[in-house]
Design a protein around this ligand. Structure first.
Ligand SMILES: [Zn+2]
Length: 234
């Protein structure tokens, strides 16, 4: 890869985490830039990071962004997480007014070292339709993925099972082991489960139960991943 001399790559679509970015940059020897877009608006090109990788500059001359509370529809101030809403300003064929993206992010207007003055959106934190509320805490699968990616011996394939026992939500995180860990002693597996639980607690502030599963046990999906099984009856 180094001999190709590729300087930068643009990555988008399914939320990719900071940990995955580091891995891509190390393995491909390039600057991995986050890009954002959606088919309904224009496809890729609504926003992109600059070389400082601190939020995606929105092309405000073409798109008017707002962040709203997805329940009330009210606009939120900069820095507050909510659903990104986009109005196209220059699109002529099929303009969209206050299009709800279902993507969760927040806006940031502090100056960027690159000199661009456009508003920046934080990398997409999740989707309004895949946000889980566990014991009152908002949990995004992307946060869990970020933790899992840091752990030795497991694959980035996981499934979340939510149940409610005695009126309390319980979250089980099933994580796939790689072949090497799978052939290891039970003691090692238990230690790994506990380590992931501790790391998840540090990130999410909720207790989870981590269960390691055999390699290839979790169904692969094409396109949007189906990672949540919610068994709660409310
Ligand atoms: Zn910048």
């Amino acid at each position: 890869m180094r001999s190709l001399g590729v300087k930068a790559g643009f990555f988008g679509a399914e939320p990719w985490s900071e940990t995955m970015r580091k891995e891509i940059e190390e393995k491909l020897h390039l600057l991995a830039i986050d890009i954002y877009g959606l088919t309904e608006i224009i496809g890729p090109g609504v926003a992109s990071e600059c070389e400082h990788q601190n939020g995606l500059h929105i092309f405000e001359d073409h798109f008017y962004p707002e962040v709203i509370d997805s329940k009330t529809g009210k606009a939120l101030p900069d820095g507050e997480k909510g659903e990104l809403v986009i109005t196209t300003l220059t699109k002529e064929g099929s303009p969209l007014l206050r299009y709800r993206t279902r993507d969760i992010t927040y806006l940031e207007r502090s100056p960027c070292p690159c000199g661009r003055t456009s508003v920046r959106m934080h990398r997409v934190l999740g989707r309004t339709d895949d946000m889980l509320i566990i014991r009152g805490v908002n949990v995004f699968p992307s946060q869990i993925e970020e933790v899992i990616l840091k752990v030795e011996g497991v694959e980035p394939h996981y499934q979340l099972v939510v149940e409610r026992r005695d009126n309390l939500d319980e979250l089980e995180v099933q994580v796939e082991m790689n072949e090497k860990l799978f052939s290891d002693e039970i003691k090692v597996l238990e230690r790994t489960e506990k380590a992931i639980e501790a790391e998840l607690y540090a990130t999410l502030n909720i207790h989870t139960r981590v269960k390691l599963v055999e390699p290839k046990a979790i169904a692969r999906s094409e396109g949007k991943a189906k990672r949540i099984i919610d068994k709660r009856t409310l």
